[in-house]
Design a protein. Structure first.
Lengths: 218, 218
DNA sequence: TAGATTGTTAATCGATTAACAATC
DNA sequence: TAGATTGTTAATCGATTAACAATC
């Protein structure tokens, strides 16, 4: 019910800002702050205060109090619950090369509700090894092992030539969400969630902004 | 002039889609296609055809031709020029750990107009080594070496505790654009371009979509 | 009480999409 | 010619921001 509302009515833009609020609030919590005003959050994070209040109102159980602001602990708990940080899901990693190893080695994902339980690679020299404490299996076992482990999330960190095939194997195994770090557009069934981590897109936006800044310069 | 128009009038959303068009067109070019219709691009990339035409019209020198579509080679050249892919810029990398090494090792950045010329790290065991063919210098030399190399772009791949300090050093050295992979909000002067590669935000969006899909399931 | 801060309603802004005439 | 495809104008959609009354 409340859950239903959550799933439908919170925009992607808002969801994307929640992790930043979460980090900020954790920091304030560590500094011993008990309450925080939307105006303070907005200023520090370079956002609009109305936007902050609107975002928070969508996911929080308790309203802010005039003059005092929001309760830091409650807000953190609300975001934890909304984003599933308190409810870790298993994921598999396909591709145990440089980027894949870096992702597996980054311990922080557990704080974001993600637990990598297995890795896959097609390179025989990598199979049987361990990256970031995760065992690397033969890529040919992807579908069957994913099914056996009942995993719903796959992280794709393979070279672009291998990406579509790896994605198909994940879906064949029952994965429903793919976090794609390969620079390719994947063709997948409609009911599969895909999030492309498009570095080229980010870089394009950054370098255009840089060009603008430099042009204003002198 | 044309340049001025480019810097001001093309939206971030459009810029973000251009790399995907570029990849797609390169693929078609490799397959020997000479022309392509916006309708075909839209279908394959799951976009709206009007949006594709609007995006392309903003950056292309030549219009598409009714019935035939757009010239593939020209479109690629237009995007190359617009995004600066034909005009490689130097960048430095701060943080030569797992993610930093993976970024340095990914040779593909040169295709996107980026050339990593030096890396920095605070860990003595990494200083003096090489990651992805790039020499790792002492992080304390960041500002001075960046200035000497006259680099304008910095890639930040350090642990979050070190991120603000590393960013400050980059700016002190004259960097004007920071590609930030650390999960922190950086406080920087206004005239510095920052692009946060916020993995937590991506993951949040993906897992919410997953939750929605699973809830529709049965 | 006065003032800081809230939540909500309305206005604005920007991006996407629909409709359609032009044309190769 | 007929039809596929274009570019542009207008409508829609969604997200951000401004205005303001409510309240601790």
């Amino acid at each position: 019910m409340g859950n239903n509302k959550e799933l439908t009515s919170v925009s992607k833009a808002t969801i994307g800002r929640l992790p930043a609020y979460h980090r900020y609030l954790k920091e304030k919590q560590a500094q011993g702050e008990r309450t925080i005003a939307s105006t303070a959050i907005a200023e520090d994070l370079h956002l609009n205060a109305v936007q902050v209040r609107k975002d928070l109102s969508l996911i929080s159980t308790t309203a802010g109090k005039p003059k005092r602001g929001f309760d830091v602990d409650e807000l953190i708990a609300d975001i934890d619950r909304f984003l599933g940080y308190d409810n870790v899901s298993d994921a598999v990693l396909v591709g145990a090369g440089g980027l894949g190893s870096a992702l597996a080695g980054y311990g922080g994902f557990k704080n974001y509700g993600l637990n990598i339980v297995a890795a896959f690679d097609a390179d025989p020299s990598r199979i049987g090894r361990t990256v970031g404490g995760v065992h690397v299996f033969d890529a040919r076992e992807t579908a069957s092992l994913v099914r056996r482990l009942n995993v719903r999330i796959g992280i794709l960190a393979v070279p672009k030539e291998a990406a579509q095939g790896a994605a198909d194997a994940l879906v064949a195994g029952g994965v429903r969400a793919i976090w794609n770090f390969a620079p390719v557009h994947l063709s997948l069934p409609e009911n599969i969630a895909v999030k492309n981590e498009d570095m080229a897109a980010s870089l394009a936006i950054l370098s255009k902004r840089l060009a603008e800044i430099l042009s204003h310069e002198k």
